[in-house]
Design a protein. Structure first.
Length: 380
């Protein structure tokens, strides 16, 4: 890539589709265009077989069985299904769910709606490093608690929650652990058995698959999780999620999962660390979030005295973000950074850089040069 070309540093928002992923998808738009619910002819059988293969590929990636994988349109739909479906299914046991102030808006907005419908939600706080206190989690559990919903990795800071310990706490108290693993799957090893996860949510476009398709894992035993469907009409996905399956997208998600199982597909951590070291050398820059327990590709920095939006305007060659892509249209400062104790001014002066499989060392060096120049001019 030319040093004058645009440099993409927003992989946490979305990833490009892998060429191999696109290649396996294309036939299902053309000559293999059958509906997976059509069981009386070869076109439908081809689609059904393709969906079955993708289900197996995805199950292998997270150490589930294929019968525990259900396809959705993405993580937002998945989180709506599992949170609302859990609240409805377990309402005889209780109405209390524990989550965290730094969860994605797809969790927080659903929880707010459940509260209006009579649910009780506990929002755990986080420390300055973005991590939760497991003692606070344990203390929040009450007889009416039915589930814990805590993400695997934060989309803005990359901070990793102690999912194995969270899952064990849930299991010890006979609770369901719902994990939004949208940012984690494909970046770090995710194992639903090792991590004690009972329900997991993911989206294809975060792991080099297409947009508009995702999946949920729902455990079938120890414990067997029950969810009430939120979309009715046709009984697709074993009755849990009705709607004609997006066969090309599902095939793409399956191949993306297959590719993600291959070790050594990128060197994100090395490049992220190089970028971090160079930027910190500028001065007046600090890191938001835990520097040890975080995703290998994510860097969230606070640039003292400079509004991040103004900086982004100065370097149009760099594709960066001030927070979550799903809330970038909102004028409010990052709820994640505010929950970590940053002031509004500091939150507005923070920047997320997330790199990926196609990021090069040349691009990292050029990024540093452009940011140093822009920061110097804004401070000067």
């Amino acid at each position: 890539m030319s040093t004058k070309a645009a440099i993409y540093l927003d992989y946490n928002a979305t990833t490009p589709v892998e060429p191999m992923v696109l290649e396996v998808m294309l036939p299902y738009f053309t000559h293999k265009f059958g509906n997976a619910a059509s069981n009386s002819h070869n076109f439908g059988w081809q689609a059904t077989d393709a969906v079955k293969t993708a289900r197996e590929q995805l199950a292998s990636l997270v150490n589930a069985t294929s019968q525990e994988i259900y396809f959705t349109s993405g993580s937002t739909e998945g989180l709506n299904l599992v949170l609302k479906g859990l609240a409805e299914a377990y309402k005889q046991k209780g109405n209390h769910i524990i989550t965290c102030k730094t969860e994605h808006k797809a969790v927080l907005d659903v929880c707010a709606k459940l509260e209006k419908q009579g649910a009780e939600i506990t929002y755990l706080s986080v420390g300055a490093n973005g991590g939760i206190n497991l003692s606070e989690l344990k203390e929040a559990i009450k007889p009416t608690t039915i589930g814990i919903c805590l993400m695997y990795a934060n989309n803005e800071t990359g901070v990793l929650h102690p999912v194995t310990e969270i899952g064990q706490i849930a299991a010890d108290h006979n609770l369901i652990y719902i994990c939004d693993a949208t940012q984690a799957v494909g970046k770090v090893p995710v194992d639903v058995i090792r991590d004690n996860i009972h329900v997991l949510v993911l989206s294809a476009h975060k792991l080099y698959g297409p947009k508009g398709v995702g999946a949920i894992y729902v455990r079938r035993k120890n414990p067997r999780v029950t969810l009430i469907p939120q979309i009715d009409g046709g009984g697709h996905e074993n009755g849990l999620r009705s709607g004609t399956l997006n066969v090309p997208g599902i095939v793409g998600l399956g191949m993306a999962a297959e590719i993600s199982r291959e070790p050594g597909t990128d060197n994100c951590e090395l490049l992220r660390n190089k970028l971090e070291k160079e930027l910190l050398s500028i001065g007046g820059i600090s890191i938001n979030g835990d520097t040890k327990n975080r995703l290998p590709n994510t860097l969230n920095i606070l640039i003292e005295g400079i509004k991040s939006e103004k900086l982004i305007t100065r370097v149009p060659q760099l594709a960066m973000a001030t927070g979550s892509a799903c809330t970038s249209a909102l004028p409010q400062p990052s709820h994640v950074l505010l929950a970590m104790g940053l002031t509004e001014e500091q939150a507005y002066s923070s920047l997320r850089l997330s790199i990926g499989r196609y990021t090069t060392e040349e691009e990292i060096q050029r990024t540093v040069e452009l940011l140093k120049e822009a920061i110097g001019k804004l401070r000067g």
